[in-house]
Design a protein around this ligand. Structure first.
Ligand SMILES: [Zn+2]
Ligand SMILES: [Zn+2]
Length: 155
């Protein structure tokens, strides 16, 4: 997959090139705040899928630690554009708002609601829901390592 990812105002725009690892809905309170929505729709890739061009108005902030998730926010429209997480040294993941992609139909379907215990409202769909910090975190970690082992075998 190779497509553009852009914040709503268009000032923070870059290409994302690679295979998505997965997609989830995150109900954590930081996503609620950063996205300005009841929950975030997030698609994630290995971090080498993206190289932010110089001169982008992206400001990086850390809202909590650990984990050291660096959240990039567009300085012009104040919307999230990308977040980076180092899971273990050398394994870096990039998270993107799914709605920022120019062709969202090509993205995988969301497979989990995570941090569901923080939900603003119940979601009446059939997607599995994970409550609690560790189960939520563990799902994403498992997906990232499964992807890593798949690509190592293919290499
Ligand atoms: Zn979240
Ligand atoms: Zn913007």
């Amino acid at each position: 997959m190779n497509q553009d990812c852009s914040c709503p105002c268009g000032a923070s725009r870059f290409a994302v090139n690679g295979k998505p690892i997965g997609r989830f809905f995150c109900h954590c309170t930081i996503c609620q705040k950063v996205y300005g929505k009841p929950f975030a729709d997030v698609t994630y890739f290995r971090a080498d899928a993206v190289a932010l061009p110089a001169g982008q108005p992206v400001e990086f902030r850390r809202y909590r630690s650990p984990p050291a998730l660096r959240r990039g926010i567009c300085a012009k429209c104040n919307n999230p554009v990308v977040a980076f997480l180092t899971m273990v040294p050398g394994v870096n993941v990039a998270f993107f708002p799914s709605q920022n992609f120019t062709r969202p139909a090509e993205l995988p379907v969301p497979d989990r609601h995570i941090f569901y215990h923080r939900r603003v409202a119940d979601i009446p769909d059939s997607i599995p829901k994970l409550s609690g910090y560790w189960p939520s975190q563990a799902h994403v970690t498992r997906m990232v390592f499964a992807d890593l082992f798949r690509s190592k075998r293919a290499a």
